[in-house]
Design a binder for this molecule. Structure first.
Ligand SMILES: Cc1ncc(COP(=O)(O)O)c(C=O)c1O
Length: 325
């Protein structure tokens, strides 16, 4: 029975089961199909609701998280929002530690769900809207200190297997069901690598012929082995130029695609205008990368991408500023 045909016990039961939509206007004139999974339709307006729920339920099951114990996490806003929702429903105090460089809609949204939001200053010279790996190091140190001080459970999205498991157990099987298991490639803009790792593992178990591509900012393509020429890009949510990503295995990657800020922004604006889809920077990056695949190695095939969060999270940024009518 579909989810909308019954009453749900709580909003947590509304996480996942997102639609998969063909971007046929976007791909007009290109050989092949581009399918977009609308993760911005999750309750917290991003795919990270899935991992918030998975990490908390795994910690409850293992006894690492006790009733009423505080939960802390470093977030660019989306994981924090997912965790804030889960903690609100389950009764855990939640502290979100975020760089001041991320858009303020996210901090307001987490506060609305009852989270305590701690904002950490960026490195001297960093710009708002451009959070680098160095900025994230500062956020990580603050998150570790607060976790110690509060005796909290750290819902560490960069290390806990629950992150990639949420996508392995749910996102990927939904895509396999929605496509009848028939597609050729998947590409994903990487932050923690949770969604790439979980989906790639499930897709390759289903059909080893499905190709999985890493998407990175063109100025910070370190997983592709290139030097970061400008780690302070505007594609929020990933591309952190981190030396090590515990959840990422290069063995899962069939290739690497670089996307510029302009390509990502143009794709977001076209998604809104031509497809009626209002998504954020990293979704634009995924769609732009998907189009490059259809114009290159996956010509004539079917590519699946995630639209990771909502364009509403960027109203205060220049993503929609002077967007042509
Ligand atoms: C908007 C957005 N896109 C992409 C990502 C990257 O996803 P992952 O951490 O699964 O690699 C994130 C992660 O925070 C995000 O918030």
């Amino acid at each position: 029975m579909s989810r909308s045909a019954k009453t749900l016990p709580s909003i947590l039961d509304a996480v996942g089961d997102t639609p998969l939509v063909e971007l046929s206007r976007f791909t007009a004139g290109t050989q092949g199909r581009l399918l977009a999974k609308l993760e911005y339709l999750n309750p917290g307006l991003s795919k990270k609701d899935r991992i918030g729920l998975q990490m908390i339920e795994e910690a409850e099951a293992s006894g690492q998280l006790k009733p009423g114990q505080p939960v802390v996490e470093l977030t660019s806003g989306n994981t924090g929002t997912g965790l804030a929702i889960v903690c609100a429903i389950k009764g855990y105090p939640f502290v979100a530690v975020m760089s001041r460089g991320n858009s303020m809609e996210r901090a307001r949204m987490m506060s609305a769900f009852g989270a305590e939001v701690v904002l950490v200053d960026q490195l001297p010279g960093s710009k708002p809207g451009q959070v680098s790996g160095g900025d994230l190091d500062l956020v990580e140190r603050a998150a570790q200190r607060i976790t110690r001080e509060r005796g909290a459970f750290r819902a560490d999205q960069f290390r806990l297997p629950g992150n990639s498991r949420a996508h392995y157990l749910h996102t990927a099987p939904e895509i396999i069901r929605q496509t009848g298991g028939k597609f050729d490639a998947f590409c994903d803009f990487i932050g923690s690598a949770g969604s790439f790792a979980g989906c790639a593992r499930a897709f390759k178990e289903h059909d080893p012929g499905i190709k999985c591509f890493v998407v990175e900012p063109s100025t910070a393509a370190v997983l592709a082995g290139r030097p970061a020429t400008d780690p302070n890009h505007r594609i929020q949510g990933g591309g952190y130029s981190m030396a090590s990503l515990p959840l990422f295995s290069p063995l899962d990657a069939d290739g690497y695609i670089q996307v510029s800020e302009d390509q990502a922004i143009r794709a977001c604006r076209r998604l809104a205008r031509e497809e009626g889809i209002f998504a954020g920077f990293s979704s634009g990056a995924n769609v732009a990368a998907g189009i490059s695949l259809l114009r290159g190695p996956i010509s004539g095939g079917t590519v699946v991408v995630l639209l990771s969060d909502s364009g509403l999270k960027y109203l205060s940024t220049d993503l929609w500023e002077n967007a042509p009518h």
